[in-house]
Write a protein that binds this ligand. Structure first.
Ligand SMILES: C[S@@+](CC[C@H](N)C(=O)[O-])C[C@H]1O[C@@H](n2cnc3c(N)ncnc32)[C@H](O)[C@@H]1O
Length: 186
């Protein structure tokens, strides 16, 4: 394992041991304003998608919440290959499950992106501290989780196709949410 990643893994494990619940790579990430937009991935299955979303968060300025279990090991090479050094510029929080995630994000709104909603994301009024939640690649989120979200929105698509790639939908969603809230980087 390259030194960079080994160090990161060691710090990660130390944090997990000391906090009891998974939390962010505090010493490795840039400190950000607490009101920043967040992207949350529910039980992501494909390492390359997570890497792409981490890179997106680094480029546009959004923290990323990873809700476990994930379909791959955190130190999977595909995450590193896709996120590359951009991983240094994104705040990452891992959560043991949805309940731990919900507690960690507190009173922020959870806005679920789902193909099952009739509400267009382009007609929805985002807030600068919203958490944009995305489902797993194979099945989205269970109905019980969709119900507890504060809003459910859809990115309009042509009717003959089922869904977008997870990272692609996150990019469109975050771009629109940041644009609306005037929080796009310059
Ligand atoms: C590959 S899709 C999941 C498809 C899954 N079969 C389903 O029924 O939800 C992964 C995630 O990307 C997001 N997504 C993909 N296309 C979307 C769209 N048009 N509108 C909103 N979210 C979308 C959703 O969060 C979805 O759970």
């Amino acid at each position: 394992m390259p030194l960079f990643w080994r160090d990161r893994d060691l710090q990660w494990r130390a944090l997990c041991r000391s906090s009891g619940s998974y939390l962010k790579l505090a010493s490795l990430v840039r400190r950000r304003h607490s009101a920043e937009m967040r992207i949350a991935l529910f039980e992501p299955e494909i390492a390359g998608n997570v890497g792409a979303v981490l890179r997106l968060g680094a480029c546009l300025g959004a923290a990323v919440d990873l809700i476990e279990p994930m379909g791959f090991k955190w130190d999977d090479r595909r995450v590193r290959r896709t996120a590359m050094d951009y991983i240094d510029h994104v705040t990452i929080a891992r959560h043991r499950g949805f309940d731990a995630f919900r507690t960690a994000v507190g009173s922020r709104r959870l806005v679920l992106f789902t193909t099952k909603s009739g509400q267009s994301a382009y007609d929805f009024a985002f807030r600068a501290d919203d958490v944009l939640l995305f489902g797993k690649e194979s099945a989205g989120v269970p109905p019980a989780i969709a119900e507890v979200c504060d809003a459910r929105v859809r990115i309009p698509m042509r009717s003959q196709v089922r869904s977008m790639n997870l990272a692609t939908s996150a990019a469109l969603a975050l771009g629109e949410a940041l644009r609306q809230t005037a929080t796009l980087p310059s």
